[in-house]
Design a protein around this ligand. Structure first.
Ligand SMILES: *Cc1c(COP(=O)(O)O)cnc(C)c1O
Length: 428
Protein backbone atom coordinates (compact mmCIF):
# COMPACT_ATOMS: atom_id res chain seq x y z
CA UNK A 1 0.00 0.00 0.00
CA UNK A 2 1.30 3.44 -0.90
CA UNK A 3 1.24 5.87 2.01
CA UNK A 4 0.70 9.47 1.03
CA UNK A 5 2.58 12.05 3.04
CA UNK A 6 0.79 15.25 3.94
CA UNK A 7 2.41 18.45 2.63
CA UNK A 8 4.63 20.31 5.11
CA UNK A 9 2.80 22.83 7.29
CA UNK A 10 5.31 25.51 6.28
CA UNK A 11 4.19 24.93 2.66
CA UNK A 12 0.50 25.08 3.50
CA UNK A 13 -0.16 21.54 4.73
CA UNK A 14 -1.75 20.49 8.05
CA UNK A 15 0.19 20.83 11.34
CA UNK A 16 1.40 17.64 13.03
CA UNK A 17 0.90 18.97 16.58
CA UNK A 18 -2.35 20.82 17.09
CA UNK A 19 -2.71 20.84 20.91
CA UNK A 20 -0.20 22.52 23.26
CA UNK A 21 1.62 20.11 25.60
CA UNK A 22 1.22 20.40 29.34
CA UNK A 23 3.61 22.96 30.84
CA UNK A 24 6.17 21.50 33.24
CA UNK A 25 5.34 22.53 36.81
CA UNK A 26 7.34 21.09 39.67
CA UNK A 27 5.33 22.91 42.36
CA UNK A 28 2.57 20.98 44.12
CA UNK A 29 0.43 21.07 47.25
CA UNK A 30 3.40 20.09 49.46
CA UNK A 31 5.18 23.31 48.52
CA UNK A 32 2.03 25.34 49.13
CA UNK A 33 1.68 23.89 52.64
CA UNK A 34 5.37 24.35 53.43
CA UNK A 35 5.34 27.99 52.31
CA UNK A 36 2.11 28.66 54.19
CA UNK A 37 3.59 27.39 57.48
CA UNK A 38 6.54 29.76 57.13
CA UNK A 39 4.28 32.70 56.32
CA UNK A 40 2.09 31.92 59.34
CA UNK A 41 5.17 31.86 61.57
CA UNK A 42 5.91 35.47 60.58
CA UNK A 43 9.64 34.70 60.29
CA UNK A 44 10.35 34.91 56.57
CA UNK A 45 14.09 35.28 57.12
CA UNK A 46 16.13 35.16 60.27
CA UNK A 47 19.52 36.12 58.86
CA UNK A 48 21.53 38.78 60.63
CA UNK A 49 24.70 40.27 59.17
CA UNK A 50 26.82 40.03 62.30
CA UNK A 51 28.66 37.34 64.21
CA UNK A 52 25.96 35.64 66.25
CA UNK A 53 23.86 32.46 65.71
CA UNK A 54 21.51 34.12 63.21
CA UNK A 55 24.51 34.77 60.93
CA UNK A 56 23.74 31.29 59.50
CA UNK A 57 20.06 31.98 58.86
CA UNK A 58 16.82 30.56 60.22
CA UNK A 59 15.52 26.99 60.68
CA UNK A 60 14.40 26.42 57.08
CA UNK A 61 17.66 27.78 55.62
CA UNK A 62 19.72 25.56 57.87
CA UNK A 63 17.33 22.61 57.52
CA UNK A 64 17.48 22.80 53.72
CA UNK A 65 21.26 23.07 53.79
CA UNK A 66 21.62 19.97 56.01
CA UNK A 67 19.22 18.11 53.71
CA UNK A 68 21.26 19.15 50.63
CA UNK A 69 24.45 17.94 52.31
CA UNK A 70 22.90 14.50 52.84
CA UNK A 71 21.32 14.42 49.39
CA UNK A 72 24.39 15.42 47.38
CA UNK A 73 26.82 13.67 49.74
CA UNK A 74 28.93 16.71 50.65
CA UNK A 75 30.29 18.20 53.85
CA UNK A 76 28.85 21.68 53.26
CA UNK A 77 25.85 23.09 51.42
CA UNK A 78 25.37 26.87 51.42
CA UNK A 79 22.17 28.37 50.03
CA UNK A 80 22.20 31.67 48.12
CA UNK A 81 19.53 33.89 46.56
CA UNK A 82 20.50 32.89 43.00
CA UNK A 83 23.06 30.67 41.34
CA UNK A 84 24.56 33.81 39.83
CA UNK A 85 25.23 34.92 43.43
CA UNK A 86 26.57 31.42 44.09
CA UNK A 87 29.07 31.66 41.24
CA UNK A 88 30.25 35.10 42.42
CA UNK A 89 30.67 33.79 45.97
CA UNK A 90 32.56 30.74 44.69
CA UNK A 91 35.08 32.79 42.69
CA UNK A 92 35.68 35.03 45.70
CA UNK A 93 35.92 32.13 48.15
CA UNK A 94 38.69 30.31 46.27
CA UNK A 95 40.84 33.42 46.61
CA UNK A 96 40.94 34.74 43.05
CA UNK A 97 42.98 37.98 42.77
CA UNK A 98 42.40 40.90 40.40
CA UNK A 99 44.10 40.09 37.09
CA UNK A 100 44.12 36.31 37.67
CA UNK A 101 42.98 34.31 34.67
CA UNK A 102 40.14 31.82 34.98
CA UNK A 103 39.43 29.41 32.13
CA UNK A 104 35.75 29.09 31.29
CA UNK A 105 33.47 27.65 28.62
CA UNK A 106 31.94 30.07 26.11
CA UNK A 107 28.98 27.68 25.72
CA UNK A 108 27.06 28.61 28.86
CA UNK A 109 24.76 31.14 30.42
CA UNK A 110 26.51 34.54 30.69
CA UNK A 111 26.69 34.56 34.52
CA UNK A 112 29.30 31.78 34.55
CA UNK A 113 31.90 34.10 33.04
CA UNK A 114 30.61 37.34 34.57
CA UNK A 115 31.24 35.88 38.04
CA UNK A 116 34.96 35.88 37.16
CA UNK A 117 34.94 39.48 35.95
CA UNK A 118 33.12 40.41 39.10
CA UNK A 119 36.36 40.01 41.11
CA UNK A 120 38.29 41.86 38.39
CA UNK A 121 39.75 38.60 37.18
CA UNK A 122 39.99 37.76 33.49
CA UNK A 123 37.82 35.14 31.77
CA UNK A 124 39.77 33.06 29.25
CA UNK A 125 37.53 31.06 26.94
CA UNK A 126 38.51 27.49 26.03
CA UNK A 127 36.67 25.42 23.41
CA UNK A 128 34.13 22.67 24.03
CA UNK A 129 33.79 18.99 23.14
CA UNK A 130 31.33 18.47 20.28
CA UNK A 131 29.79 15.41 22.02
CA UNK A 132 28.74 16.92 25.36
CA UNK A 133 29.24 20.67 24.69
CA UNK A 134 31.32 20.80 27.92
CA UNK A 135 34.89 22.15 28.22
CA UNK A 136 37.41 20.26 26.09
CA UNK A 137 40.33 19.29 28.37
CA UNK A 138 42.79 19.64 25.46
CA UNK A 139 41.72 23.23 24.83
CA UNK A 140 41.78 23.95 28.59
CA UNK A 141 45.38 22.80 28.85
CA UNK A 142 46.36 24.83 25.77
CA UNK A 143 44.94 27.98 27.42
CA UNK A 144 46.82 27.67 30.71
CA UNK A 145 49.33 30.48 31.32
CA UNK A 146 51.42 31.41 34.38
CA UNK A 147 48.47 33.64 35.34
CA UNK A 148 45.78 30.94 35.30
CA UNK A 149 44.38 30.30 38.78
CA UNK A 150 41.18 28.35 38.22
CA UNK A 151 38.91 26.53 35.80
CA UNK A 152 35.17 27.17 35.72
CA UNK A 153 33.62 23.96 34.43
CA UNK A 154 30.00 23.84 33.24
CA UNK A 155 27.92 20.65 33.12
CA UNK A 156 25.87 22.08 30.32
CA UNK A 157 22.41 20.85 29.30
CA UNK A 158 22.51 18.17 32.02
CA UNK A 159 25.64 16.16 31.19
CA UNK A 160 28.80 16.28 33.28
CA UNK A 161 32.07 17.60 31.90
CA UNK A 162 35.11 15.26 31.85
CA UNK A 163 35.82 15.84 35.54
CA UNK A 164 38.52 13.21 36.10
CA UNK A 165 40.66 14.66 33.30
CA UNK A 166 39.93 18.28 34.21
CA UNK A 167 40.70 17.71 37.90
CA UNK A 168 43.97 16.00 36.98
CA UNK A 169 44.95 18.99 34.80
CA UNK A 170 44.03 21.34 37.65
CA UNK A 171 46.11 19.38 40.12
CA UNK A 172 49.12 19.32 37.79
CA UNK A 173 48.99 23.11 37.43
CA UNK A 174 47.88 23.96 40.99
CA UNK A 175 44.50 25.34 39.91
CA UNK A 176 41.18 25.44 41.70
CA UNK A 177 38.05 24.15 39.96
CA UNK A 178 34.49 25.49 40.24
CA UNK A 179 31.66 23.54 38.68
CA UNK A 180 28.54 25.23 37.40
CA UNK A 181 26.05 22.39 37.60
CA UNK A 182 22.97 24.61 37.26
CA UNK A 183 21.52 22.36 34.56
CA UNK A 184 22.57 18.93 35.82
CA UNK A 185 21.28 18.37 39.36
CA UNK A 186 20.67 14.74 40.24
CA UNK A 187 23.01 13.30 37.60
CA UNK A 188 26.10 11.14 37.88
CA UNK A 189 29.61 11.15 36.42
CA UNK A 190 31.19 7.69 36.66
CA UNK A 191 28.95 6.87 39.59
CA UNK A 192 29.71 10.10 41.47
CA UNK A 193 27.34 13.03 42.00
CA UNK A 194 27.75 15.72 39.33
CA UNK A 195 28.57 19.08 40.88
CA UNK A 196 30.43 17.65 43.86
CA UNK A 197 33.71 16.71 42.17
CA UNK A 198 35.22 20.20 41.93
CA UNK A 199 36.60 22.23 44.86
CA UNK A 200 33.27 24.02 44.92
CA UNK A 201 30.17 23.58 42.78
CA UNK A 202 26.46 23.94 42.87
CA UNK A 203 23.02 24.21 41.41
CA UNK A 204 20.50 26.84 40.37
CA UNK A 205 17.00 26.97 41.81
CA UNK A 206 15.55 29.43 39.30
CA UNK A 207 12.12 28.96 37.80
CA UNK A 208 13.36 27.31 34.60
CA UNK A 209 15.43 24.57 36.21
CA UNK A 210 14.46 20.99 37.17
CA UNK A 211 13.60 22.04 40.71
CA UNK A 212 13.07 25.61 41.79
CA UNK A 213 12.24 27.98 44.60
CA UNK A 214 11.41 30.91 42.33
CA UNK A 215 14.98 32.16 42.56
CA UNK A 216 17.83 30.54 44.48
CA UNK A 217 21.01 28.49 44.41
CA UNK A 218 22.89 25.85 46.38
CA UNK A 219 26.68 25.81 46.74
CA UNK A 220 28.36 22.52 47.66
CA UNK A 221 31.91 21.85 48.87
CA UNK A 222 33.88 19.45 51.05
CA UNK A 223 36.38 22.17 51.96
CA UNK A 224 35.82 23.74 55.42
CA UNK A 225 37.72 26.93 54.60
CA UNK A 226 35.92 27.51 51.29
CA UNK A 227 32.57 26.88 53.02
CA UNK A 228 33.37 29.46 55.70
CA UNK A 229 34.30 32.03 53.08
CA UNK A 230 31.16 31.32 51.05
CA UNK A 231 29.04 31.99 54.14
CA UNK A 232 30.95 35.20 54.85
CA UNK A 233 30.65 36.56 51.29
CA UNK A 234 26.95 35.64 51.39
CA UNK A 235 26.34 37.74 54.46
CA UNK A 236 28.31 40.99 54.79
CA UNK A 237 31.77 39.48 55.37
CA UNK A 238 33.46 42.81 56.14
CA UNK A 239 31.15 43.40 59.11
CA UNK A 240 31.67 39.91 60.52
CA UNK A 241 35.37 39.02 60.11
CA UNK A 242 36.51 41.06 63.12
CA UNK A 243 34.22 39.38 65.66
CA UNK A 244 34.56 35.97 64.01
CA UNK A 245 38.35 36.20 64.24
CA UNK A 246 38.99 35.80 60.51
CA UNK A 247 42.53 36.98 59.78
CA UNK A 248 42.82 36.20 56.04
CA UNK A 249 40.88 39.15 54.62
CA UNK A 250 41.27 38.23 50.93
CA UNK A 251 37.95 38.86 49.16
CA UNK A 252 36.13 39.35 52.44
CA UNK A 253 33.85 41.83 50.68
CA UNK A 254 30.33 40.84 51.54
CA UNK A 255 26.92 40.92 49.94
CA UNK A 256 23.41 40.07 50.82
CA UNK A 257 23.16 36.79 48.91
CA UNK A 258 20.84 35.25 51.53
CA UNK A 259 17.98 32.95 50.55
CA UNK A 260 14.73 33.28 52.55
CA UNK A 261 12.84 30.87 54.80
CA UNK A 262 9.93 30.46 52.34
CA UNK A 263 12.26 29.48 49.51
CA UNK A 264 14.13 27.00 51.69
CA UNK A 265 10.88 25.44 52.94
CA UNK A 266 9.88 24.99 49.28
CA UNK A 267 13.38 23.70 48.49
CA UNK A 268 13.01 20.97 51.11
CA UNK A 269 9.92 19.67 49.28
CA UNK A 270 11.46 20.09 45.83
CA UNK A 271 14.54 18.10 46.78
CA UNK A 272 12.33 15.09 47.60
CA UNK A 273 11.00 15.19 44.04
CA UNK A 274 14.24 15.80 42.14
CA UNK A 275 14.95 12.15 41.37
CA UNK A 276 11.48 11.66 39.90
CA UNK A 277 11.66 14.83 37.81
CA UNK A 278 15.04 13.90 36.35
CA UNK A 279 13.82 10.36 35.64
CA UNK A 280 10.79 11.69 33.75
CA UNK A 281 13.05 13.92 31.58
CA UNK A 282 15.25 10.89 30.94
CA UNK A 283 12.30 8.71 29.92
CA UNK A 284 11.04 11.30 27.45
CA UNK A 285 14.53 11.98 26.06
CA UNK A 286 15.30 8.29 25.57
CA UNK A 287 12.04 7.81 23.69
CA UNK A 288 12.80 10.87 21.56
CA UNK A 289 16.30 9.56 20.80
CA UNK A 290 14.88 6.21 19.72
CA UNK A 291 12.47 8.01 17.43
CA UNK A 292 15.07 10.33 15.88
CA UNK A 293 17.94 7.83 15.70
CA UNK A 294 17.46 6.95 12.05
CA UNK A 295 17.05 10.42 10.60
CA UNK A 296 20.07 11.17 8.37
CA UNK A 297 22.10 14.27 9.21
CA UNK A 298 20.71 14.55 12.75
CA UNK A 299 22.71 13.53 15.80
CA UNK A 300 20.68 13.06 18.99
CA UNK A 301 22.35 13.71 22.39
CA UNK A 302 25.31 11.58 23.43
CA UNK A 303 25.55 10.15 26.94
CA UNK A 304 29.07 9.03 27.85
CA UNK A 305 29.63 5.64 29.50
CA UNK A 306 28.88 5.63 33.24
CA UNK A 307 27.27 9.07 33.01
CA UNK A 308 23.65 10.17 33.25
CA UNK A 309 21.97 13.15 31.57
CA UNK A 310 19.34 15.40 33.15
CA UNK A 311 18.18 16.76 29.74
CA UNK A 312 17.65 20.33 30.82
CA UNK A 313 18.13 20.74 27.09
CA UNK A 314 17.87 17.99 24.52
CA UNK A 315 20.84 18.94 22.31
CA UNK A 316 20.92 17.88 18.66
CA UNK A 317 23.56 18.49 16.00
CA UNK A 318 22.62 18.85 12.35
CA UNK A 319 24.88 17.95 9.45
CA UNK A 320 23.70 20.94 7.43
CA UNK A 321 26.09 20.23 4.54
CA UNK A 322 24.59 16.78 4.13
CA UNK A 323 21.03 17.99 4.57
CA UNK A 324 21.57 20.80 2.08
CA UNK A 325 19.12 23.05 3.95
CA UNK A 326 20.11 25.78 6.41
CA UNK A 327 19.24 25.27 10.07
CA UNK A 328 16.91 28.29 10.18
CA UNK A 329 14.76 26.77 7.44
CA UNK A 330 14.58 23.37 9.19
CA UNK A 331 13.70 25.10 12.47
CA UNK A 332 10.95 27.10 10.77
CA UNK A 333 9.53 23.93 9.21
CA UNK A 334 9.51 22.11 12.57
CA UNK A 335 7.91 25.09 14.30
CA UNK A 336 5.25 25.24 11.58
CA UNK A 337 4.49 21.57 12.40
CA UNK A 338 3.75 22.74 15.95
CA UNK A 339 6.97 21.84 17.79
CA UNK A 340 7.40 24.41 20.58
CA UNK A 341 10.68 24.83 22.49
CA UNK A 342 13.28 24.54 19.74
CA UNK A 343 16.27 26.87 19.68
CA UNK A 344 18.89 27.38 16.98
CA UNK A 345 22.28 27.93 18.59
CA UNK A 346 23.02 28.47 22.26
CA UNK A 347 25.86 30.77 23.27
CA UNK A 348 29.31 31.99 22.37
CA UNK A 349 30.05 34.29 25.27
CA UNK A 350 33.34 35.64 23.91
CA UNK A 351 31.37 37.20 21.05
CA UNK A 352 29.17 39.30 23.37
CA UNK A 353 29.71 43.08 23.05
CA UNK A 354 31.22 43.24 26.56
CA UNK A 355 34.12 40.98 25.52
CA UNK A 356 34.41 42.19 21.93
CA UNK A 357 34.77 45.79 23.13
CA UNK A 358 36.44 44.83 26.42
CA UNK A 359 34.24 47.20 28.31
CA UNK A 360 32.87 46.06 31.67
CA UNK A 361 33.35 48.29 34.72
CA UNK A 362 33.17 51.96 33.82
CA UNK A 363 33.96 53.24 30.36
CA UNK A 364 37.74 52.83 30.20
CA UNK A 365 38.04 49.10 29.61
CA UNK A 366 38.55 47.98 33.20
CA UNK A 367 39.82 45.39 34.07
CA UNK A 368 41.47 44.52 30.72
CA UNK A 369 43.05 47.96 30.24
CA UNK A 370 44.42 48.09 33.78
CA UNK A 371 47.94 47.07 34.75
CA UNK A 372 46.50 44.28 36.96
CA UNK A 373 45.93 42.47 33.65
CA UNK A 374 49.10 40.52 32.87
CA UNK A 375 48.72 40.13 29.13
CA UNK A 376 46.44 40.76 26.18
CA UNK A 377 43.69 38.10 26.26
CA UNK A 378 41.97 37.45 22.94
CA UNK A 379 38.22 37.19 22.42
CA UNK A 380 38.38 37.32 18.65
CA UNK A 381 36.17 35.13 16.53
CA UNK A 382 38.02 31.90 15.83
CA UNK A 383 39.37 31.16 19.34
CA UNK A 384 36.66 28.52 19.96
CA UNK A 385 35.96 26.98 16.54
CA UNK A 386 33.84 24.07 17.79
CA UNK A 387 31.51 26.27 19.83
CA UNK A 388 31.35 28.88 17.08
CA UNK A 389 30.39 26.43 14.32
CA UNK A 390 27.76 24.78 16.51
CA UNK A 391 26.31 28.16 17.39
CA UNK A 392 26.32 29.51 13.86
CA UNK A 393 25.02 26.58 11.89
CA UNK A 394 24.82 23.09 13.40
CA UNK A 395 23.28 23.11 16.87
CA UNK A 396 19.56 22.64 17.43
CA UNK A 397 18.25 22.46 21.00
CA UNK A 398 14.94 21.31 22.38
CA UNK A 399 13.91 22.63 25.79
CA UNK A 400 12.94 19.49 27.71
CA UNK A 401 12.17 21.43 30.89
CA UNK A 402 9.41 23.46 29.27
CA UNK A 403 6.78 20.71 29.11
CA UNK A 404 5.70 17.59 30.95
CA UNK A 405 5.87 15.23 27.97
CA UNK A 406 3.78 12.09 27.71
CA UNK A 407 4.81 9.22 25.44
CA UNK A 408 2.14 10.38 22.97
CA UNK A 409 3.63 13.91 22.99
CA UNK A 410 7.09 12.55 22.26
CA UNK A 411 5.70 10.44 19.43
CA UNK A 412 4.12 13.54 17.91
CA UNK A 413 7.46 15.38 18.04
CA UNK A 414 9.07 12.41 16.30
CA UNK A 415 6.31 12.45 13.69
CA UNK A 416 6.94 16.17 13.02
CA UNK A 417 10.67 15.52 12.55
CA UNK A 418 10.00 12.51 10.29
CA UNK A 419 7.63 14.55 8.17
CA UNK A 420 10.13 17.39 7.73
CA UNK A 421 12.98 14.98 7.04
CA UNK A 422 10.96 13.04 4.47
CA UNK A 423 10.41 16.25 2.51
CA UNK A 424 13.71 17.99 3.17
CA UNK A 425 14.17 18.45 -0.58
CA UNK A 426 11.14 20.72 -0.71
CA UNK A 427 12.79 23.14 1.78
CA UNK A 428 15.74 23.87 -0.50
C1 LIG B 1 20.59 29.09 35.19
C2 LIG B 1 22.04 29.12 35.03
C3 LIG B 1 22.87 30.01 35.76
C4 LIG B 1 22.33 31.12 36.61
O1 LIG B 1 21.49 30.68 37.61
P1 LIG B 1 20.47 31.72 38.33
O2 LIG B 1 19.94 30.93 39.48
O3 LIG B 1 19.42 32.06 37.33
O4 LIG B 1 21.24 32.92 38.76
C5 LIG B 1 24.23 29.89 35.61
N1 LIG B 1 24.78 28.97 34.81
C6 LIG B 1 24.03 28.12 34.08
C7 LIG B 1 24.71 27.12 33.23
C8 LIG B 1 22.64 28.18 34.16
O5 LIG B 1 21.90 27.35 33.42
Amino acid sequence: MKTTIEPLAILGGPKTITQPFRRYNSIGQEEVEAAKKVIESGVLSRFLGCWEPDFYGGPKVQGFERQCEAYFGVKHAVTVNSWTSGLIAAVGAIGIEPGDEVIVSPWTMCATATAILHWNAIPVFADIEPETFCLDPVSVEANITPYTKAIMVVDIFGHSAEMDILMAIAERHGLKVISDTAQAPGTYYKGRVTGTLAHVGGYSLNYHKHIHTGEGGILVTDDDDIADRLRLIRNHAEAVVGDKGVTDLRNMVGYNFRLGEIECAIGLEQLKKLKGFVASRQRAAERLTQGLANLPGLRPPIVKPDCTHAYYMYPMVLDVERLGVPRARILAALEAEGVVGLAAGYACLHLLPMYQQKMAYGSKGFPWSSDICHREVSYRKGICPVAEKLNESDYLGYEMCMHELTDADVDLIVKAFEKVWAQMGRLK
